[in-house]
Each structure stands twice: as C-alpha cells, then as structure tokens.
Design a protein around this ligand. Sequence first.
Ligand code: SF4
Length: 354
Amino acid sequence: MPTARSTYFKGLPSCGPSGAPDKSRFPFPGLEHFRCRITRKALVAVRISSDLFNAFLKCSMKCWLRASGEPASGGAYAEWVKAKGRSYHATELERLLSEPKDEVAVSPPSENLKAAQWRLAANLSVRAQMKTDVLESEVQAVERVPSEGRGRPAQFIPIRFIFTDKLSDDDKLLLAFDAFVLSEATGGEVGLGKIIHGDDHGEVKVKMAALAGETRKCVERIATLLSRPTPPELVLNRHCGECEFQTRCRRKAIETDDLSLLSGMSAMERKKLHSKGIFTVTQLSYTFRPRRRPKRMRDKRERYHHSLKALAVREKKIHIVGRPELTIDGIPVYLDVEGLPDRDFYYRRAHRQR
Ligand code: SF4
C-alpha cells in the first residue's frame, strides 16, 4: 500500500515517533499539526461494510469490535434478533422472487451495473471506492427501472427487509447506506429506496436525498474511528441488552468501575464529571452530600442524584431522599400489562382491587 508520505507529501518531513511534527524541517509554520493529522488518516485504508455501518448506528464500540474481529461473547437475545432477521430476509425474498417478473437475477455480478438487464436482483454485492476507503454493501434486493429514453440512465431502487412492525431511523439510514454505495458504484443518483417490514409485509418508500448528508457524515466518522489503533471509549448504553458483546463490555465496565454502569446518566453529565476528575462509580459515591431543602422548594420534586445511587451501590444499601408519604384516596387498583410494543399489542392484562 503506498504510504501517505510517498503519495501525498513527497519530500516533506515526517512526524516524530510520538506523532509530533518535526517543526525544524517543516516549511509551513503553523500548519504542522494539520499536516500530521492528514498523514495519519491517509495511511490507513478502511473497509466499511453495511454490517459495520449498522453496528456504528447502535454504538461506536460495537463497530470497532466487529471491525477488529472480536468474537461475540454470548447474548441469547442478540442471537435471536440475528436469526429472526435472517429468516425474515429469506422468506420475504422468496415471496418477492415468486411474484411474476421478467428477468430476475440472484447474486448477479456487480461490475458493470449500467449494462445490467435484470429487473429484480437479489443479494447484490456492491463495492465502491471513496477516497482511500472501500465501501461494501450486500444489498438484499434491487429493483431496476429501465431507462426512459436516450441520455436517461436506468434507476436502481435498493430494498431492505426488516422484521419489525415499527421502523426506526436506523433502519432508514441502513437503507440509505445501500443507496449511497450503489450511487457511488454506478456514478448515478439513487433517489428512492424501499423497506418491506413486519408480519403484514408493509412497504415503505424512503426518499434517499433527505438522508444522503447524514449517511456521508456517518461514513466519515466510521472511517476516522476505524483508522485509529485504539478502541473508542466504552459507554454502556440502551442497545447493550441486544448486543453480542454484552458480556465482554459489562465485564470491562465492572473492572474499571465505569460511570456508564449507572444507567440514566447522559453523555453530557458524564463529560462534566470527567472534567472534574471523576471517572468511577466509587469516586462519585463520595461526592453525595445530603442537604436540607429550603422551605420554598418543599413542594417541588427532588432532583435525581446519580451520586446517591453510586453511594447505594458502594454501601449495598437502599437510600431514600426525604420522607416519602404515600396517600391513596379511594380504592387502589393495581394493573399489570404485558404486550409487544412493536405491534402495539397487549396480550395480557390483569388488575387487582383491594
Ligand atoms: S455491549 Fe454495549 S457498549 Fe459494548 S459494544 Fe455492545 S452496545 Fe456497545
């Protein structure tokens, strides 16, 4: 692989072993750091697949671990989600291919897409070069709308199969990544994508132009992340419950007593604590100070104290702020509801009256 120095900065002095520029030899005073940053980025060619893009949308650490080949460390729910996604993809693809359509191709070559004759292709591997990085997408299905006349190229419409009834922004961005790679590979615009989802095979059309900017930003952020030799900061988050690295990350967070073990703490709050030199739950637990509430604040709700939670974890005790009083007027009724939020479906309701 050509190095950045030989390709882009021939003749310019290199960074020192610490990454610091050799100011004495660099001919543009004040721009040493700028040159150094470009050199490091350009040295590493990154491969970004749809799998890595999907992981990045959930958590940057997940993306980094997948890219570095870290073995999955369990997680029954993660396995179930993967299996369900695969089976939904296979069933829906079969259904789509069984519909009468001319010229259907399965895993066709992607070299000269402009000359393709198929109307519907399944499992199309597309590759494109973006600066030094390689983008790869395994597009689940693509519809090709033939050219409507001279000088008007054929249109490609990527299709994704998502098993959930409700679609998230991440599902649409993943489709936008397929469209982005297709567009880079064909050199033409991909204006529309489709998502087939849920038990009722709902079809949603998504305009790609609205998501192109965000997709490009994500691709650039992934390239920066993966060109670094060290992993990003570990932050446990809401996606951990369905992640294949759950056991590994939780173990690491417990080992370092990381602040993200306290669920509900925002990135901003964590950053603020870091700036004060507080990095662990134990450190935070020593910062809680019970204070007498002024009279004027008596009717207002007490604010949430992460430090009190940290104290409770350290002392293995339950702490209560103030003296809670529970006054119930009338007949108390306890409700227990279980359901599938994705389908807005409640399959069990129970209530108890005293
Ligand atoms: S377990 Fe959580 S922190 Fe670790 S990679 Fe997965 S989502 Fe990210």
